[in-house]
Design a protein around this ligand. Structure first.
Ligand code: BEZ
Ligand code: FE
Length: 295
């Protein structure tokens, strides 16, 4: 094959899609073929290297089961999940004519969300008896103009102080360190949990091998996951990152946004902001969420 024919091959593949019925699918595949061929030409990919890539993708698929999604982990660690989240949020803000407003930034959902967590009264403690230092979370949910949003469902979930989610602890079944709260008439929320710890993404599969080969560590900084849903507003999935955590500048899944880094203030034992008397030291984190109207 001549150099010219090599360069024309991508176009020949694209031309075969002339009668593809779905124009969006055709657009995506055209771009995929264009960029994939360009990459192969750019690095002058060798047959053994392509075979290694095929074996890697095969092993990534084979690692998946009902508890483990290695393909999503691949997308996460290559920054593609975060890119899709950021583009989706921007699209939603533009549609709602709210781009450029101080809406809370979204970040990745991750694999540890559980549908329909237990709904608890404001102020409940979901960290009782769990490894980790107690932390009091509070703040307000408003629209981008500052109007309070009442009855907003706020799902929260996090790792414990040892870096494990409940779904990873087979010796301790059931839901832990997760709940749904609802904001009060002023849009306020409050609950107790633990200060989340840094933890590694799973490394016992092909993605772990890839990270090693890239010279990368697998850690995420400590974070509390949140998902907010209120009628008339766009759903928001995001995190609160502990400002003192390691790995804020090198999150394995590229999820950190400066606006989501929160001070977990340290307190000596004594009366907490909600009047609870703490016999041990604790932390407090305050964060206000701003939601964009639905379109
Ligand atoms: C998480 O934050 O729970 C997470 C996100 C992406 C990959 C692994 C874990
Ligand atoms: Fe997480």
């Amino acid at each position: 094959m001549s150099q010219h024919a090599i360069e024309e091959l991508a176009q020949a593949v694209i031309a075969r899609m002339d009668s593809a019925p779905n124009p969006r699918f055709k657009q995506i595949m055209t771009s995929l073929i264009t960029h994939a061929h360009a990459m192969v030409r750019e690095v002058d990919l060798r047959p053994d290297e392509w075979m290694a890539a095929i074996q890697f993708l095969t092993a990534t698929g084979q690692k998946c089961d009902d508890k483990r999604q290695e393909v999503i982990l691949l997308s996460d660690t290559l920054g593609i999940s975060m890119l899709v989240v950021a583009l989706d949020q921007l699209r939603g803000e533009i549609a709602a004519k709210a781009s450029g407003t101080p809406a809370t930034e979204a970040t990745v959902q991750g694999p540890f969300y559980v549908e329909s967590p237990p709904e608890l009264p404001l102020g409940s403690d979901i960290g009782q008896g769990e490894p980790g230092e107690p932390a009091y979370y509070s703040g307000r949910v408003t629209d981008v103009a500052g109007k309070p949003i009442a009855n907003c469902a706020l799902d929260v979930w996090s790792s414990d102080g040892d870096g494990f989610y409940d779904v990873q602890r087979e010796h301790k079944p059931g839901m832990h360190l997760r709940a749904r709260f609802r904001t009060n008439a002023n849009g306020n929320y409050r609950f107790w949990s633990v200060k989340p710890s840094k933890y590694p993404v799973p490394v016992d599969g092909p993605v772990g091998t890839m990270l090693l080969a890239m010279g990368r560590h697998p850690f995420r900084p400590g974070h509390m996951h949140t998902m907010l849903q209120a009628p008339g507003y766009q759903k928001l999935t995001t995190h609160l990152f502990d400002s003192t955590s390691e790995y804020l500048d090198s999150d394995a899944v590229f999820g950190v946004r400066d606006s989501l880094i929160v001070n977990f203030a340290a307190h000596a034992p004594g009366a907490a902001p909600d009047g609870r008397v703490m016999k041990v030291p604790y932390h407090s984190a305050n964060f206000d969420f701003k939601l964009v109207p639905a379109v």
